[in-house]
Design a binder for this molecule. Sequence first.
Ligand SMILES: [Zn+2]
Length: 683
Amino acid sequence: MPSTKAVDLAAHPLTAWQGPLGLPDFTRIGDGDFSPVFDAALKAHEAEIEAIAGNKDAPTIENTLAALELGGEALDRVSSIFWCRAGAYTNETIQALERDISPKMSRHFSAISMNERLFARIDDLYQRRESLKLDAETLRVLEKTWKGFVRSGAKLDADGKKRLAKISEELSSLGTSFGQNVLADESDWALFLDEADLAGLPDFVKSSMAEAAEIRGQKGRYAVTLSRSIYEPFSTFSERRDLREIAFRAFTMRGQNGGATDNTNVVRDMLRLRAEKAKLLGYASFAALKLDDTMAKTPKAVHALLDPVWEKALEKAASDQIELQRLATEAGSNEKFAAWDWRFYQEKLRAEKFAFDEAELKPYLQLDRIIDACFDVATRLFGITFEEKKGIAAWHPDARVFVVKNADGSERGLFLADYFARPSKRSGAWMSALQSGYRLGHGASPVIYNIMNFAKPPAGEPALLSVDEAKTLFHEFGHALHGMLTDVTWPSVAGTSVSRDFVELPSQLYEHWLTVPAVLEKHALHVKTGKPMPKALLDKMLAARTFGAFATVEFTASALMDMAYHARPDAPEVPLRFETETLAELHMPDTIAMRHRTPHFGHVFSGDGYSAGYYSYMWSEVLDADAFAAFEETGDPFNPSLAERLRKNIYAAGGSKDPEELYTAFRGKMPSPEAMMVKRGLV
Ligand SMILES: [Zn+2]
């Protein structure tokens, strides 16, 4: 029986944070507490919303916008602890709760965005915004809030609202079918092989293929499957051209095999509904709707990035192909060079050009020293310092607690980090906040955390990282700095509350400092000899990663296709014919396939996440390369005046201003793709 006892939100450890350093007292939180506290916090928030919407006084910034922003504190607190536990330290109780809470939360927030009396008050402020004499940040928050309501359909008449709700519902179920169809095609297909068919495959590929076969009931054999983690290494290493071709054809036809799992009509219907939704909300195209609150803003700006990259990548790919064909001929192949040959010969070329073993780097990358390196770079760039507090309970005994201090010694906030993998933690690495930092009302200081999944070493031995893992540590710490350095008034624009094509700038940019020679010399020390990592070894590894235009061509083709589908006012009659025609216009080489063909392009069709947004991966890469080039141009990777501009306009500013304005204030100009193209080996 769930407890019917009333929850006192002002005293409960999930919502009244009375532990050391202002953290929640984790020792007093039980799994059974979440459900009743969620219910009480949702009710409390509903009452707050009702009080704002039903206020008899004329709307003011104070009684409407600020009240809306500061409302739901208890809900924020219980949510932040719950989602931290769900990702980093879960169990069956938490998982069951997740399924229960997700739909409750989505109903709760959609009721708020559909609240007509609430919108009327926001709209009233918005219409009078010029005469309210607001500071720039408040004006931006008002505009963003208003736009958020409008994009959810607040301005539509009753029929329009009904139609929009219907479209959203249909899109969401089509998106689910799309993903399930791809999954079905992937799990239905397997190519079973025997020992004699494995020529060229390294042990790690063989062992995952053996496991895949065993799961499918063919113990002792080997399965090529359509999971990227098997398909890609198989096509990279297998000497068997015939098998590579079979795998390639199956991989590129996922979602287009006829029958119940065919996505052709799902895509057609989704594109129609998206175009209709955009029209209903007053936008020229679905891309225009999606890009409206991003840094890029328009399809034209996306093309200004992608088109020059595409041109260079095609040129480079043509010259790459000549070299690969030479290798193929030397290897005795007289077949026409095909799409299932590219990865294979590219790997041969890579081995020929950059022979080295990545394992040689690992003894230089000790976890504790690389954590020091993250902190040290932050101190040199931004003046903040980190002091570990031992013995403070967090969500799990492995989580460590650090007090973050400003240059003058005052406290800025807290940083928590949980570095090691365990079965109760989901895979991957991420940053989040238990509390974000802002000044409105009583204000709050940031409590930010990082979760990693490094292998825990045996007791007494230091944890060693691969280069990728060290980069991930810097990446997530860059996100954490975005949260910790935040210096804004309004909660909704604090820290990482920025557009999708801007949010990876602070993290990807921070990765660059890992390979700055001064940082490696000080922190990348051999676990036994204490000697710094030889720079030549690292350079070789970095060069090996960015060689060839293949990755740029396969990615950019997909990004351009995403734009082609969504930047038109209507939907194409037959999407797959449109795909073929668009590729022909782009002069796509027939020896490279798109990274994601339409019938399995999950980023874009399995839900809404990256629709008209696949470009943003590359956009972020342009930003971080261009931003780091600013430091390189001064000859000092820690240039103090540039670092101050970086802190003020990027890491501290959150979403308080338009990202374009922020970037220009830091860099003196908008980013150009040159530095990224150099990094990708295109110029
Ligand atoms: Zn990231």
